[in-house]
Design a protein around this ligand. Structure first.
Ligand code: UDP
Ligand code: MG
Length: 341
């Protein structure tokens, strides 16, 4: 690059450099998935750190860089030098929000783990209340519940509302309308999640399904502090399909019932066709043919699509490939960069 070279350090080329050693084994791990969050990252660090420093227990922050293509990795390297409690794990490719969180959960060491978005929509100050609630109420999970979502777009609120309604019905889970991925979990809960081999798991459903004792903490969802949403419609649809196929076989049943209905309709059409031919009537040809063909083709495609989603899920379950690969871990390699970089 064209950036000025930093002055050589005395520690030698290969020695990992730390400003100071991280404090003892953390009691709380904060997992932060990040994808192209350069715009918000410095703000986030500045707001999160004082909150965590105030906690009565040692902590670690696990920033999972989900294959960012902007300067997020550079900013994280800079933060590493100044914040001993920070650990950076970089995934080889953009593997998605849920995979990034999973990478963090698998590496977390705390007795408690909180997952939080990097865009400051989940206010870091809530973490202290979550931790206090967990300890005082003796529960395993503290869900952050968005008491006020007016800062989200109407589109986001409506699609999210429909998602939770659908999943409550299909998965028969007691999921709060407004619990996203901002939650605190005990070590036991995290170990239970880590033990699930499932691909494409959706944590906001998996965690309630595990059924650990839980409580909720309300918070006001803030507007994204900077940058843009990293959740385009395509990813929202993907999350919904993962949720449905992961928790319900109702769509397959639906396909079966639909085919029965189609069978009855086909039989009626057949009887009518033969009858009208025999009785010398002129069964009008083109319109009815086109309508019947279009309706039945659409139904067939729908049922095939449903089937395909489940086949795809079975396929990836059989492959058992990891849902992400780690390219770099500051725990093993220290902060990057030095005289030669
Ligand atoms: N994120 C990620 N990988 C992705 C998409 C998002 O790690 O492929 C992270 C993102 O950096 C943020 C969190 O997931 O910390 C939530 O994403 P975002 O705020 O863009 O979603 P929204 O709030 O718009 O639903
Ligand atoms: Mg957000």
């Amino acid at each position: 690059g064209t950036a000025p070279r930093p002055p050589p350090r005395r520690s030698g080329r290969f020695a990992p450099v730390r400003v100071s050693e991280p404090p003892g084994r953390p009691v709380l791990t904060v997992v932060v998935p990040m994808f192209n969050e350069e715009a918000v990252l410095p703000l986030f660090v500045r707001r999160l750190r004082p909150v965590l420093d105030e906690l009565p227990v040692p902590y670690e922050v696990l920033a999972v860089d989900d294959g960012s293509t902007d300067t997020t990795p550079v900013l994280l390297q800079r933060a590493l030098r100044e914040w001993p409690a920070l650990r950076v794990v970089r995934l080889r490719a953009n593997s998605g929000h849920q995979a990034a969180i999973s990478a963090g959960l698998q590496r977390s060491r705390g007795d408690w783990v909180v997952t939080i978005d990097a865009d400051l929509q989940d206010p870091p100050e809530t973490i202290a209340r979550m931790y206090a609630a967990a300890v005082s109420q003796d529960v395993d999970v503290v869900y952050g519940v968005r008491s006020d979502r007016t800062t989200d777009s109407a589109f986001k609120r409506h699609t999210a509302g429909a998602f939770y309604r659908l999943m409550r019905r299909l998965a028969k889970l007691d999921i709060s309308q407004d619990a996203g991925d901002f939650r605190l979990m005990s070590r036991e809960t995290v170990d239970a999640i880590n033990a699930l081999p499932e691909q494409g798991r959706v944590l906001r459903l998996v965690v309630p399904a595990l059924g650990f004792p839980s409580t909720t903490v309300d918070y006001k969802r803030e507007a994204r502090a900077a940058g843009e949403s990293k959740y385009p419609l395509r990813k929202m649809v993907g999350l919904t399909l993962d949720s449905v196929t992961g928790f319900s076989q109702a769509p397959l049943r639906f396909a079966t019932w639909f085919s029965l209905l189609g069978f009855v309709v086909a039989a009626l059409v057949l009887v009518y066709g033969v009858w009208s031919k025999l009785s010398g009537g002129t069964a009008s040809g083109w319109a009815s043919t086109v309508v019947i063909l279009a309706v039945f083709s659409a139904l067939q495609l729908l049922c095939l699509g449903i089937l395909g989603e489940y086949v795809g899920r079975t396929y990836s379950a059989l492959q058992q490939r990891p849902s992400y690969y780690v390219a770099y871990d500051s725990e093993h390699h220290g902060p990057r960069g030095g005289p030669d970089e």
